[in-house]
Design a protein around this ligand. Structure first.
Ligand SMILES: Nc1ncnc2c1ncn2[C@@H]1O[C@H](COP(=O)(O)OP(=O)(O)O)[C@@H](O)[C@H]1O
Ligand SMILES: [Mg+2]
Length: 352
């Protein structure tokens, strides 16, 4: 079901300059201050992203999964500085993103593209889709003169599985899947190295979802793209990720190579997510046992729990008062896995 480790993945110690991560996120926090509509006074802080660290390497897909509201979109937008992070560090190809200005920021905005769940929202309803792709070429000074760009638009449409004649259509004349193909063509027009895909298939029919996912995989192989691929559905992420990170209430609770995470999830939250994924039945389902049903809803990011953010809903038999006191760090466990749980730190020395 998953793609296994990326061929270029190498241990930290062996990293050369060329092999450094394309995107590095270090202890990133993005908090929103909400104000009372009546008094205009500061009322609360939404800790949407609350200390996330992750890396995306060239040509690989990092899947990011978590329930609605856990901070995935805020993280995606923070990486491109569509929203300003509160704290932490971001590096793209070794360069700090948070202090970028002018030409460097424009280069980042070209090299790092984002695709949203609803392609209609990023397309001008009054613009033919060919012109919408051409606009990206013009903004970035790519594709040469008008004739050169026309040829480039035609080949981009073909690359995403559309007919060159589609360029004269308006967004409302296309299906949801075709609109998402146009959004992908626009992203590709910028010649990116990384595409942040924020739930790109969540709004599509299941049959169309598979086509778009296959297209993304093919494009990755052809163009050596890296993806940060966000979804709330573990099945979708499992399908195309080399590694998977699981997010809960603004933090990463577990991250591992896709195979490892899907076959042997360790964090009680990951185990619950997997046990609820309907496609994961049969042998895999039997081995994991019965479905884990979590009590209640995730807590509000305005008032996150003390200690482990998951402890109020944790079903693990070892949970105790320490879980409500100690903030767990993300610790390596020997299978290129990082897991954030104080009970797993102390109860398992060896997981190989
Ligand atoms: N601009 C904003 N102002 C205040 N709160 C926000 C804003 N954007 C998102 N949030 C809150 O941050 C949390 C995370 O939201 P989001 O990043 O959209 O999560 P996800 O994409 O995982 O569903 C939610 O509680 C959401 O209500
Ligand atoms: Mg979202």
């Amino acid at each position: 079901m998953s793609r296994g480790p990326h061929p270029d993945s190498i241990p930290d110690a062996a990293r050369t300059k060329e092999a450094r991560p394309l995107l590095e996120v270090r202890n990133l926090k993005t908090h929103f201050t909400t104000r009372s509509p009546f008094f205009g006074r500061s009322r609360g802080v939404v800790r949407a992203v609350d200390g996330v660290s992750l890396e995306v390497r060239r040509g690989e897909t990092l899947g990011l999964v978590g329930e609605s509201g856990c901070g995935k979109t805020t993280l995606a937008r923070s990486i491109l500085r569509l929203v300003e992070p509160t704290e932490g560090e971001l590096h793209f190809d070794g360069e700090p993103i948070l202090t970028m200005k002018g030409e460097r920021m424009r280069r980042l905005r070209r090299k790092c593209q984002i695709i949203f769940q609803d392609p209609a929202a990023s397309l001008n309803p009054r613009m033919e889709v060919g012109a919408a792709v051409d606009e990206v070429l013009r903004v970035h000074g790519l594709g040469g003169n008008a004739r050169g760009r026309k040829g480039r638009v035609a080949s981009l449409l073909e690359q995403v599985g559309l007919h060159p004649e589609h360029r004269h259509r308006f967004p409302h004349e296309l299906s949801g899947g075709q609109r998402q193909r146009i959004a992908i063509a626009r992203a590709l027009a910028a010649e990116p190295e990384l595409i942040v895909c924020d739930e790109p298939v969540s709004a599509l029919d299941v049959s169309v979802q598979a086509q778009i996912l296959n297209l993304l995989v093919r494009l990755q192989e052809e163009l050596e793209l890296a993806y940060l691929f966000i979804a709330h559905d573990l099945r979708v992420v499992g399908h195309l990720s080399h590694r998977i990170a699981v997010m809960y209430l603004g933090r990463i609770v577990e991250e591992a190579p896709a195979e490892v995470l899907l076959q042997e999830p360790r964090h009680p939250y990951t185990q619950a997510l997997l046990s609820a994924a309907p496609a994961l039945t049969g042998e895999e389902g039997k081995r994991r046992g019965s479905r884990i049903v979590l009590a209640g809803e995730p807590p509000s990011p305005v008032t996150p729990p003390e200690g482990c953010p998951f402890h109020p809903r944790c079903w693990h038999p070892d949970r105790d008062e320490a879980c409500g006191r100690v903030v767990p760090g993300l610790k390596e466990d020997g299978k290129a896995r990082r897991v954030s749980c104080i009970k797993l730190e102390t109860t398992s020395k060896d997981s190989s």
